[in-house]
Write a protein that binds this ligand. Structure first.
Ligand code: G3H
Length: 689
């Protein structure tokens, strides 16, 4: 248990880290590309790898991280994914150790610009992650699945589609979430401010001095007298001090070389900055639109500058190529790449605040009417509404919600499958299912007892008792023929069903003393008992005769309570299964499935009928289960599951609960105990226990 918890906690830590790291990289593929280039430069490989390869690597890196995170989260391909994570984390941890020690790149870029870590923090993070990956790799199969194997492909494919779409959209337009210091709404001057009392950087200078051929180093507090000669002074920075979010922004006038940053930013009004870090690789497809915007700004008296890190030659070529008339200024390439992830990209500032940012693919287009209006009158001249909540909602609706719904549907499906399996193997579940599916019946067989008046009185009493206290099962009373019509009058058919104890094996005609199935039906009865052991024994009813009776009963719309059961000798010879099977095969297994659905089976061990000897609940359950299995063999599991099998033989209120609690016992056929209302109701109430 503890081990499982540890594996799953580790797996969630890895998943969340990878997903966050992959997502923020996908949101800003150019930023990740620049970071890759930084690493390559640090390894002296910068010039060998072309831009398209570093950009492809950036997009793939984010997809791999995000994909691994999602696979970890959903426990998809657990062994392979944990191995891949390990293969990724070992070199990553080694690389970040090198970064921490050698410090060739100041920010690792693990989480893009969203979270900035020092190199030692990054190394520590990777050591923790490596530990988690090791735990998961040790026991990958302990990871709990959120979606079943068959649906995992949906999660992986959908996630890959999503992350590539995020990368593509961010590349076409701009990063959908801007974590950099130059996001819309930023006042550049304010971003450059150092608050009062902020920690300042500290430095230490040491002096290498010489006297009489002997050299020694001194600090400022121990600076020696003039007999020493200064050889060399060394200054090193001890602490960084406070660094404002924008600390390296500048704009230089190309012609004069003068820094005009303050002049441009402090001047009130609108300012367009066309940012092109590197003119040689800038996209020139939209130059018409850029020139139109320049003309618009010139017409309305707004300032418009190109800002680049390229030299004058490249600027000249750009002018020749695009017909650009705007003035170019220079700035630092890295700063320009940080300002906007588009080459070129357009910035609109108002009073030093960034109001809008556009990628070259999404430059504003002004129609004639708009071109005549000032920026104050146009939407683009104002800060946009904060679209972050909307973007988050989009991600939730388009990505997280579908996956969540899939997970719920999948879990419900897995749960129903598990329930089904349980029902098939577990007795308690079987019992629950049985009680849900099949009809529970308590039927009384009055046999040759009670005259008409007593019979009607008992029926009335029972009817009233059950109308007042609704039973949890179907109740049937089967009476001698002479009672049927009268009893039918006093019973509420919704509460108590009525049945006969027998019917003829002939349809109609000269059969003195016989009562046909049609006649039974005409009294209002719905059931008939056939095959009772007393009829088989005392009236020589053979399987063939019973077969006829069953056919006629069904033909006349009666449901049949068909009795089977072995004698004591047969039980002692352990032949009970054989006997009941033969009885069913002899009289009812010839029926169609549809006809068989009108049969209620009553298992009555002859040795228990009226003897006071009851089969134990276990004995009864064993043979009931057997009977159900042979019905299943003949008609299939569904019919068998739906068939009601009653127990009969000295069943009383005292033993009924135990018998009825068994999974395959669906009620009772009651003889002696059905002759008194209280006794019979006591058995009926066993279903309430
Ligand atoms: O039809 C009912 C059975 O023969 C059971 O009779 P019994 O409850 O009197 O034993």
């Amino acid at each position: 248990m503890v081990r499982k918890i540890a594996v799953n906690v580790a797996r969630l830590v890895i998943a969340m880290t990878f997903i966050l790291s992959g997502f923020v990289k996908a949101v800003d593929p150019l930023g990740t590309q620049y970071k890759i280039v930084d690493y390559l430069k640090a390894m002296q490989l910068g010039t060998f790898v072309p831009d398209f390869l570093t950009l492809t690597a950036s997009v793939l890196l984010s997809a791999v991280e995000f994909g691994l995170g999602i696979c970890m989260l959903f426990a998809i391909r657990r062994r392979l994914v944990s191995l891949l994570a390990l293969c990724m984390m070992i070199p990553m941890t080694a690389l970040t150790l090198w970064l921490a020690v050698a410090n060739p790149v100041t920010d690792c870029g693990c989480f893009g610009d969203a979270v900035t870590l020092t190199n030692w923090q990054t190394f520590t993070k990777n050591v923790v992650l490596l530990g988690c990956v090791a735990i998961v790799r040790y026991r990958p199969l302990d990871m709990m699945r959120f979606v079943s194997k068959t649906n995992q492909w949906i999660v992986t494919n959908y996630s890959m589609l999503f992350i590539f779409a995020v990368s593509a959209w961010s590349l076409y337009d701009l990063p959908q979430f801007d974590f950099r210091p130059y996001h819309v709404g930023t006042n550049i001057l304010k971003g450059m401010e150092i608050p009062e009392g902020a920690e300042m950087p500290t430095f230490e200078t040491t002096y290498l001095m010489e006297k009489d051929g002997k050299r020694q180093t001194f600090d400022i507090d121990h600076y020696p007298d003039s007999t020493w000669t200064l050889i060399e002074a060394n200054t090193r920075q001890l602490t960084k001090g406070y660094e404002p979010p924008i600390h390296d922004f500048y704009i230089n006038d190309i012609e004069t070389g003068e820094d005009i940053t303050m002049q441009l930013l402090e001047q009130k009004g609108y300012l367009f900055l066309l940012v092109t870090p590197h003119l040689g690789s800038a996209d020139d497809s939209q130059f018409d639109r850029i020139n139109e915007l320049y003309e618009y700004s010139r017409d309305h008296g707004y300032r418009f500058y190109g800002l680049t890190a390229s030299d004058e030659k490249a600027i000249g070529q750009w002018r020749d190529m695009t017909g650009a008339e705007y003035t170019f200024c220079q700035s630092d390439e890295t700063v320009l790449k940080t300002i906007i992830r588009s080459n070129p990209g357009l910035l609109l500032l108002k009073d030093g605040t960034i109001v809008r940012k556009w990628s070259h693919n999404n430059l504003p287009q002004l129609d004639e009417e708009q071109a005549n209006k000032s920026l104050e009158q146009l939407d683009i001249g104002h800060l946009p509404k904060d679209t972050t909540p909307r973007k988050i909602l989009d991600i939730v609706l388009w990505y997280m919600l579908p996956l969540f719904l899939l997970t719920i549907a999948d879990r419900l499906w897995a749960w129903s499958k598990w329930m089904k399996r349980k029902e098939e193997t577990n007795k308690i579940f079987k019992l629950l299912r049985k009680k849900k599916m099949r009809k529970k019946i308590v039927a009384g067989n009055w046999k040759m007892n009670l005259n008409l008046q007593d019979g009607v009185a008992l029926a009335k009493e029972l009817n009233e008792a059950l109308a007042a206290d609704k039973p949890n099962c179907d109740v049937i009373i089967c009476t001698p023929f002479i009672h049927l019509a009268s009893v039918a009058q006093v019973l509420d058919a919704n509460v108590i069903g009525l049945g006969a104890e027998n019917c003829a094996d002939k349809e109609k005609g000269a059969y003195t003393g016989e009562v046909s199935a049609e006649m039974v039906k005409s009294t209002g009865a719905q059931y008939v008992i056939l095959g009772h052991s007393e009829r088989r024994q005392y009236y020589s009813e053979t399987p063939e005769i019973l077969k006829e009776k069953v056919q006629l009963a069904l033909k006349n719309g009666l449901k049949v309570i068909f009795c089977i059961g072995e004698t004591l000798e047969e039980r002692e010879a352990n032949k009970q299964n054989e006997v009941v099977k033969a009885e069913l095969e002899g009289s009812v297994f010839n029926l169609s499935e549809e006809e068989f659905r009108n049969i209620v089976i009553a298992y009555e061990p002859i040795w228990a009928i009226g003897t006071g000897k009851t089969a134990t609940a276990e004995q009864a359950e064993e043979i009931h289960a057997y009977i159900r299995s042979i019905v299943a063999e003949k008609y299939g599991a569904t019919v068998a599951d739906d068939t009601t099998i009653l127990y009969g033989g000295s069943c009383k209120a005292s033993n009924a609960p135990e018998l009825f609690a068994k999974p395959d016992i669906d009620g009772g056929l009651i003889g002696g105990a059905s002759l008194k209302c209280a006794d019979f109701k006591g058995i009926i109430d066993a279903w309430k226990k």
